[in-house]
Ligand binder design. Structure first.
Ligand SMILES: Nc1ncnc2c1ncn2[C@@H]1O[C@H](COP(=O)(O)OP(=O)(O)OP(=O)(O)O)[C@@H](O)[C@H]1O
Ligand SMILES: [Mg+2]
Length: 373
């Protein structure tokens, strides 16, 4: 790199000096001669020639010295610049190799220009992202292994018991085995759903649905299990039939059933769960599920959407959930261009989940008019 830089600089120098040379030899002397004559210089011709020769050699010496100094300067500058650029570049190349080998390496900003600093920042960001993906991948695998262990161990234990004749094949055994295989099947489906949703490959079968219809059918499906547990289920419709969203009906039903299932699980008998639907601003509708149940600790609130995350109470008390329901729900809502958020005033003070969806374009008044016919 030093050589290339030096060659370019020398080239520029040579062209510059060549031009100066041409001016000094072709234009300079006649001009000088003319000035001498105009100045009324009237010495003998030999003296005139001597003066002109002196001028010519002074110009040449000046040019020669300038060339030498410029060349040395160019060499020193090239050397300096290259060493400044080469060090961070080598560092970056080394860091890239290290990251490719899976090591945790970051580079410092070289401080030789904003472009170089930007490259360093971009490199560090890329490395951070790779790290994050790697951590998530490892955690996902270990969580998955953990989730698979329980049902597989139960199945294995029962099968062994059946083989040894310790366990009898009866209705109860069949129920337990079914329950465990069911759990495995659901887990596989859930994990598949999460991956697809997070990769943005969820197949959405979109149709226009009025928001009240979504809320009503979710409440109707859940009514039976709520009354069995003795939890009051209410529907509050603050939105009209004009509030239409373009959604995959089944998927949104899955989200709402998830939220209602959670609310029911975490609300003791005698409590109340309210489903409300209404407009928020011009472009969005919100369907909320609010319960008067056990609430969520502020520290846990930030984690409830993480894969396989289950709160302490959920872990202890029932073994049904795998902690993936909210992850899927959030991914589904995000795939619709909406958002799913959680709020709670703390343990014992209930929880509130909000599904926010964009109103179908025509319904905001901003879209094109519908054509009939
Ligand atoms: N309404 C709620 N009240 C209190 N805690 C809740 C509520 N909804 C969710 N949570 C907490 O968030 C955690 C994650 O919920 P999520 O729906 O993802 O998993 P899950 O219900 O445990 O299992 P799954 O939905 O996969 O069957 C729950 O384990 C629970 O601790
Ligand atoms: Mg759930």
């Amino acid at each position: 790199m030093v050589t290339r830089l030096l060659i370019t600089q020398t080239l520029v120098l040579v062209v510059g000096l060549g031009t100066a040379w041409a001016v000094a030899t072709l234009v300079g002397p006649p001009l000088f001669h003319q000035h001498l004559q105009q100045g009324g210089h009237s010495g003998p011709p030999t003296e005139l020639k001597h003066v002109e020769d002196a001028f010519a050699s002074a110009s040449l010496i000046a040019l020669g010295v300038a060339l030498a100094i410029a060349l040395v300067t160019a060499f020193v500058v090239s050397l300096y610049l290259t060493s400044r650029i080469q060090r961070p570049l080598a560092e970056l190349a080394g860091a890239s190799d290290a990251v490719a080998r899976g090591q945790h390496v970051r580079v410092a900003a070289p401080r030789i220009g904003s472009e170089f600093d930007r490259v360093a920042t971009a490199f560090n960001e890329m490395a951070d992202r790779l790290d994050h993906v790697e951590v998530t991948r490892r955690r996902l695998l270990s969580d998955l292994a953990h989730e698979l262990r329980t049902p597989v161990a139960t199945l294995d234990g029962y099968l062994e018991g059946l083989e040894d004749g310790v366990v009898a094949w009866d209705e109860e055994t069949a129920r337990v085995l079914r329950e465990q295989t069911g759990r495995l099947v659901r887990l596989v489906e859930d994990v598949g759903d999460v991956s697809r949703a997070e990769e943005g490959q969820l197949q959405l079968d979109l149709e226009d649905v009025p928001v009240p219809v979504l809320a009503e059918s979710a409440v109707t499906s859940a009514r039976e299990s709520f009354s069995r547990k003795g939890v009051d289920l209410r529907l509050e419709l603050g939105s009209g039939p004009r509030d239409v969203v373009r959604v995959d009906r089944q998927r949104i039903a899955q989200v709402l059933s998830n939220l209602l299932g959670n609310a029911l699980r975490h609300t003791p008998a005698g409590g109340r769960v309210t489903v409300a639907a209404g407009r928020e601003g011009e472009d969005h509708v919100v369907i909320s599920v609010t319960d008067t149940g056990e609430g969520i600790d502020p520290h846990q609130l930030g984690h409830v959407f993480e894969r396989f995350y289950r709160g302490d109470t959920a872990r202890d008390r029932d073994h049904g959930g795998s902690g993936i329901g909210l992850t899927i729900s959030q991914a589904i809502v995000a795939a619709h261009g909406g958002s799913l958020t959680a709020a709670s005033d703390g343990v014992g003070r209930g929880a509130r989940f909000e599904v926010k969806l964009p109103v179908r374009e025509d319904a905001t008044g901003a879209g094109s008019a519908m054509t009939v016919g």
